[in-house]
Design a protein around this ligand. Structure first.
Ligand code: 15L
Length: 271
């Protein structure tokens, strides 16, 4: 299987690209900028997601795409529009034209960030994005579903929590995703037979989770990493953070409190 990873120069790309290449030796990396530590044995093609011709050239001869390209946090509308909305559309359209079979789309927990932490949600919950960034992820999931149903691409949308080697605060104890568990989810997206369109949460084995990830388990996901092993460290780090009544209430954290002008939520115990 010839695999392309977009966003290869980003944080997640740097964490997983070597392990991904051990599984898919023909891995092609792509980004708008060259990864600074690109090795001589890695294949890289520069592509600006806003340029359809660039994206089509990157997808030439590719069977499966891990789409991690775009802007990975909240940003100005122009940035989100170009990198995450136009860029994502260009990716799926190029995948259709080039006969790509599978796309794993890096969606985000921020598509659902305005659910309170005390309200567990599954993959069928209505989107409640917490930012322009979150809106772009809802858009990407919708484009993925369209291209799966209308054009027969197999698409897996991963609503990723926080990819890191360990959870760094209380919120991350609920949403953490170890890079190895992320690779397992990408493999499901590429290899699960008969996959049409699926949404799953990108989370490791987190006992404090807010998400019902039954569908991921049905597809064969067995996370190996357990957030609670780092609980003492993460809670000590949390204790040093200033209180954030909005961010601490909602699943999306600071993405919710940033530029928040609505009525502040009542604490969970009072609702
Ligand atoms: C994301 O979607 C971001 O890409 C990442 O930088 C983190 O902010 C993460 O969510 C998170 O919620 O911790």
């Amino acid at each position: 299987m010839r695999v392309l990873m977009t966003g290869a120069a980003g944080g997640i790309g740097s964490m997983i690209r070597h392990d991904l290449r051990a599984i898919y030796p023909d891995l092609v990396l792509s980004d708008i900028r060259t990864p600074p530590d690109l090795g001589p044995d890695e294949t890289f093609i520069a592509a600006d997601l806003t340029q359809p011709a660039d994206v089509e050239a990157a997808l030439d001869g590719i069977d499966a795409v891990a789409h991690f390209g775009g802007f990975s946090v909240e940003g100005p509308w122009d940035t989100i529009l170009n990198a995450n909305i136009i860029g994502c559309y260009n990716l799926f359209e190029a995948a259709r034209k080039k006969g790509v079979k599978r796309v794993v789309f890096a969606s985000s927990n921020h598509a659902m960030g305005f659910y309170p932490r005390h309200q567990p949600i599954g993959t069928a919950a209505v989107p409640r994005p917490d930012s322009r960034y979150g809106v772009s992820k809802v858009f990407g999931e919708a484009v993925g579903a369209l291209y799966a149903d209308k054009h027969g691409l197999g698409v897996l949308s991963l609503r990723i929590g926080n990819v890191a080697y360990k959870p760094i605060d209380k919120r991350r104890l609920a949403i953490w995703l170890h890079p190895e568990d992320l690779i397992q989810l990408i493999r499901i997206g590429f290899e699960h037979p008969g996959l049409v369109y699926e949404v799953v949460y990108g989370a490791s084995f987190n006992e404090r989770t807010w998400w019902d990830n039954t569908r991921a388990f049905e597809l064969g996901y067995r996370p190996k990493h357990r957030a609670e092993d780092f609980a003492a460290e993460a809670l000590a780090a949390q204790a040093k953070l200033p209180p954030d009544p909005v961010g601490d209430y909602f699943q999306g954290g600071t993405f919710c409190s940033d530029a928040f002008t609505a009525k502040p939520p009542k604490p969970a115990s009072a609702t």
